[in-house]
Write a protein that binds this ligand. Structure first.
Ligand SMILES: Nc1ncnc2c1ncn2[C@@H]1O[C@H](COP(=O)(O)OP(=O)(O)OP(=O)(O)O)[C@@H](O)[C@H]1O
Length: 688
């Protein structure tokens, strides 16, 4: 039997191509001879005699008439979008604003209507030549084959291809050729086949989405915060086991349910009132919770909000564990501004300045006499800064021997020198990464160390001893000294460029004699603290004794005051009188405070070896022993110089303090001298 011929005539090439492709997809080549022409081809490609003409729009009929036989039948095709191309569109979140771009207003509106018929719920805005504006929040465009008309500012273009012949038109074509019911069935099955294809694709997608959702569920369940995601229609979209446990909803299915009726009423009230993007503390069921509420934004559109919540007690535990871990490494700042005692105007002023400076990340230089509280203040600054959860690392330049200092500060690589630990060593700068490094007694740093410090402060990177890689470090520097750095710079003892790097935000801490108003309060605080430690009743000062305290010059500042209270706690019953005060007495000797445990001489010896001090300690003890009577620090420094050993007063004070702690020395206050204890003499002969 001769096959029927159908000829599609369209205005442009790509519409024709899309229609012919669709004929292949639907298997229409088995039913008909299918031909296609654009209007411009009609002049040189004639149409077969008995062909049925199908035009893509009424508008082109007058233009094609001259090329057609008189009695030929014309069908105006109804066109619809090609289902096989809609998958990408289904991935756009429901309700989102989308630009529908076509080559004319009517065709744009028609395409929108067709898409809507498919049940795709997007908020379409038509766009066609001649239009210049569209809602600026739109980022996605859908177009049936007119991608070239999409405005360039749109991020994503989904081309669903040119529209094809709809089902009703195919029936009209079949009817024209008087096809029977069996043929129609074939047509329907071809159509269904193409729909099944897209359904299968979709079901694959759904399967993938389900898998992803299960994955997501497993991940969200592992989060230790309670999680609730609520969409813009107040439906619960995501939750986790922790949230269900806190809300007593275990075993209940609340996903896709209305939040207002599924969540306990008071909790629901709380989450509705929460501000966005801000940590908030709220009570629920007499427990304190930390909440955070965040908008869920996808491609600029709001899809509801996410709530994360956790019991404050759990956060405190975390903090506690963290602090314990850090403090086992010795990297924690214990003190905060509330641990600083004082009421004087000078105290209020310098603590106020320091508190403000804490907020910035700039270098701070603390200047003040010994014992004025520089280290305490450095810790308080760290704890008031944004870095408070990160390490606080202190380095005392008077306390570490020169030979160890470089590797302590910068670390070393494995094999850097004989005796270097396997795996190398992480230096203090690296340990302080993200936190604060406190450079105490910076005036005591040697020229070599000053040089290397300058490089770290300039470059914010370090190189380990024996290493060749630079390691970036993010640190906040707080430095302190009781020496006059200005004078040291003048005398060429301190690098001017390092001084300027350190002296960014200077804080001057006044001596105790210049803030006498603080003395009674400090006395009170130390009595409370020390008596509590010793489990003894508090004592008090007579008016005369307190007057003496106010008149005294306090060369050792608050440290000295604390030591005096410590001493008094051992010798005073109830009330302190002027005779108790050591600085009033002629002999000026502290009585020994009982209760210390002796250390094994070897252990003491090893501890000094470990600090790199043993040689210096030996010299100091020898010098004091040879003097036969109590000697002051200046005497020791002078004697050490004669044997070629240069030592600053600060360094000597620190070492003598250690010797005193180990009960090897009896160190007097101020200008009182120091003598060896019997244990000190024993130790000296042991190390000799
Ligand atoms: N405002 C204060 N309130 C309570 N205690 C304080 C205060 N200032 C200092 N102290 C105490 O005084 C002692 C000395 O303080 P700190 O070690 O911080 O002084 P410093 O200036 O760093 O001394 P140095 O220069 O000798 O190293 C510490 O025991 C500290 O706890």
């Amino acid at each position: 039997m001769e096959r029927n011929t159908i000829t599609f005539i369209t205005l442009n090439d790509h519409t024709l191509q899309a229609i012919i492709d669709n004929c292949y997809e639907l298997g229409m080549m088995e039913e008909f001879n299918v031909e296609g022409r654009t209007i411009s081809q009609l002049a040189y490609l004639p149409i077969a005699d008995r062909s049925l003409i199908i035009v893509s729009g009424e508008i082109i009929i007058p233009a094609i008439k001259p090329y057609l036989h008189e009695n030929c039948k014309i069908i105006v095709a109804q066109r619809t979008i090609n289902y096989t191309n809609i998958r990408e569109m289904l991935e756009i979140p429901r309700g989102m604003k989308v630009l529908l771009v076509n080559d004319g207003r009517e065709r744009a509106l028609d395409t929108i209507a067709r898409i809507k018929e498919l049940g795709i719920e997007l908020d379409f805005h038509p766009f066609y030549p001649g239009q210049t504006t569209y809602p600026q929040e739109i980022t996605i465009a859908v177009t049936p084959g007119e991608a070239k008309l999409v405005p360039p500012t749109i991020h994503k273009v989904i081309d669903i291809g040119s529209r094809v012949i709809d089902f009703a038109t195919w029936i009209e074509i079949f009817d024209h050729f008087k096809y029977g019911i069996l043929d129609l069935r074939r047509l329907i099955s071809r159509y269904v086949h193409s729909v099944v294809y897209i359904t299968k694709e979709l079901s694959d997608e759904i399967q993938k989405a389900n898998l992803l959702r299960n994955h997501l569920g497993a991940i969200v369940d592992r989060i230790e915060d309670g999680v609730l995601a609520i969409d813009e229609e107040d439906k619960i979209r995501i939750t986790n086991q922790k949230a269900l446990e806190i809300l007593h909803l275990q075993g209940r299915k609340i996903i896709h349910q209305q939040a207002e009726i599924s969540i306990p009423a008071h909790f629901y009230q709380i989450i509705c009132q929460l501000p966005y993007e801000k940590e908030e503390v709220m009570n629920w069921e007499s427990q304190t919770f930390f909440f955070r509420k965040t908008n869920i934004l996808i491609d600029g559109r709001n899809f509801g909000y996410l709530i994360l919540f956790r019991r404050a007690s759990e956060i405190n535990k975390l903090e506690h564990d963290y602090r314990r871990k850090q403090s086992s490494k010795g990297l924690v700042a214990k003190y905060t501004f509330s641990d600083l005692t004082g009421i004087s105007a000078a105290f209020t002023k310098f603590t106020g300045i320091a508190r403000n400076m804490a907020r910035s990340s700039s270098t701070i230089l603390l200047l003040g006499e010994t014992g004025t509280g520089k280290e305490l203040l450095a810790q308080a600054i760290h704890n008031a800064s944004a870095r408070r959860w990160e390490p606080f690392v202190g380095v005392n330049f008077a306390a570490i021997s020169e030979s160890l200092l470089e590797s302590e500060l910068f670390g070393y690589e494995e094999g850097a020198f004989t005796g270097a630990k396997k795996g190398g060593h992480i230096g203090l700068f690296e340990q302080a990464h993200k936190g604060t490094i406190f450079l105490d007694e910076i005036g005591d740093a040697s020229a070599v160390i000053q040089n290397r410090l300058l490089r770290v402060l300039q470059e914010r990177e370090i190189m380990k001893v024996g290493g060749n890689r630079v390691i970036p470090v993010d640190i906040r520097v707080v430095a302190a000294t009781n020496r006059n750095l200005d004078d040291m710079v003048q005398a060429g003892l301190f690098r001017a460029d390092l001084y300027y790097r350190l002296n960014v935000l200077p804080v001057y801490i006044p001596a105790l004699r210049d803030r006498k108003d603080d003395i009674p309060l400090l006395v009170q605080e130390f009595i409370k603290k020390i008596c509590n430690e010793l489990k003894r009743p508090n004592f008090r000062f007579s008016r005369e004794a307190m007057d003496n305290m106010l008149d005294y010059r306090w060369p050792g500042n608050i440290r000295e005051l604390e030591n005096i209270i410590q001493y008094l706690a051992h010798v005073v019953e109830d009330i302190v009188v002027p005779e108790h005060l050591v600085f009033n007495r002629q002999d000026k000797v502290y009585q020994e405070i009982p209760g210390s445990k002796g250390l094994e001489l070897e252990a003491v010896y090893q501890s000094y070896v470990g600090k790199g001090f043993i040689q210096e300690v030996k010299l100091i003890l020898q010098t004091i022993q040879q003097a036969k009577s109590a000697v002051g620090r200046n005497y020791v420094i002078g004697q050490l110089k004669t044997v070629g050993w240069d030592m600053t007063e600060q360094k000597l004070r620190y070492r003598m303090q250690l010797l005193k702690q180990d009960k090897l020395l009896e160190v007097g206050r101020g200008r009182q001298g120091s003598t060896l204890t019997p244990k000190g003499a024993e130790f000296l002969s042991y190390i000799k």
